[in-house]
Design a protein around this ligand. Structure first.
Ligand SMILES: [Zn+2]
Length: 261
């Protein structure tokens, strides 16, 4: 008898199940179309594709967890569902509020948005000299709206700089000042950070120490696949870069990713 698509996915996902919890952290940037008459790049995901991806997750047996549950899982991996998905969005674009949030809410999915606090209410100036269109970044009020909609606001540094290109004093500033701003403006204890450009700094062990000293509990890279918990280094957690051509079904049901990583 031919199995339905969903049954195949579930069957493959449980193949060689790792007794430890498995976690897939998805890293999105922009949802919808550019706000100006610019061309769409890989970092944009249409609403249609975004909805399709969320729909697949909802049907797949993978469970979307929130920031608090993820943090609990770092200390107590047994508390996580066997297949956990964390939805993350980098840079704090307004399109996440206007285009992504309605879909997240309709599926009842929590998420995390990583914001460069020095650019709140501004545009993505760090893309000025690239071919990536600059997009408006949420104001604090808009971030509060996201927060009310089930999205945790976390740090993406202050200025969206490459951590490997700054000295220690600047690194400490990027870590401490962004965290302080989120706590002050949103009353949330931000303890997660996504490295801008996925750049964890050149002297990595030092960055890890600086993160601990600044009060962070974990930090995310940009790249990699799903992973097993307990995780070897919570300050370098892999994330799956999400673009319009990423076939979640393929990634999350492939035994090499879902079962053995
Ligand atoms: Zn970024």
């Amino acid at each position: 008898m031919a199995l339905k698509k969903k049954e195949i996915a579930l069957a493959r996902g449980t193949e060689g199940v790792d007794p430890k919890a498995r976690v897939a952290v998805l890293a999105y940037h922009k949802v919808g179309r550019p706000s100006a008459s610019a061309s769409v790049t890989w970092y944009y995901i249409s609403e249609e594709i975004f909805e399709r991806q969320l729909h697949w997750i909802a049907e797949s047996g993978w469970e979307v967890i929130d920031a608090a549950r993820f943090l609990q899982g770092l200390d107590d991996p047994g508390s996580l569902p066997d297949r956990s998905v964390l939805l993350t969005f980098d840079d704090g674009y307004q399109s996440i509020l206007h285009c992504a949030l309605p879909y997240l809410n309709s599926f009842g999915f929590p998420a995390i948005i990583f914001v460069p606090t020095g650019l709140v209410g501004d545009v993505s100036r760090f893309d000025e000299k690239t071919r990536e269109p600059m997009e408006p970044i949420c104001s604090w009020d808009e971030l509060r709206e996201l927060q009310r909609g089930g999205v945790s606001v976390e740090s993406h540094g202050v200025s969206h700089c490459h951590f490997s290109e700054v000295d220690r004093a600047r690194l400490v500033f990027e870590l401490e000042s962004s965290r302080r701003a989120i706590i002050k403006e949103l009353g949330a204890n931000s303890v997660m950070l996504a490295f801008p450009y996925g750049d964890a700094g050149s002297g990595y062990p030092e960055t890890g120490r600086a993160l601990v000293e600044a009060g962070y509990r974990c930090a995310f890279l940009y790249g990699g696949g799903a992973q097993s918990f307990p995780i070897s280094d919570p300050y370098r957690i892999a994330r799956i870069p999400m673009g319009p051509d990423i076939e979640l079904e393929q990634i999350l049901t492939s035994p090499s990713v879902a079962g053995k990583v």
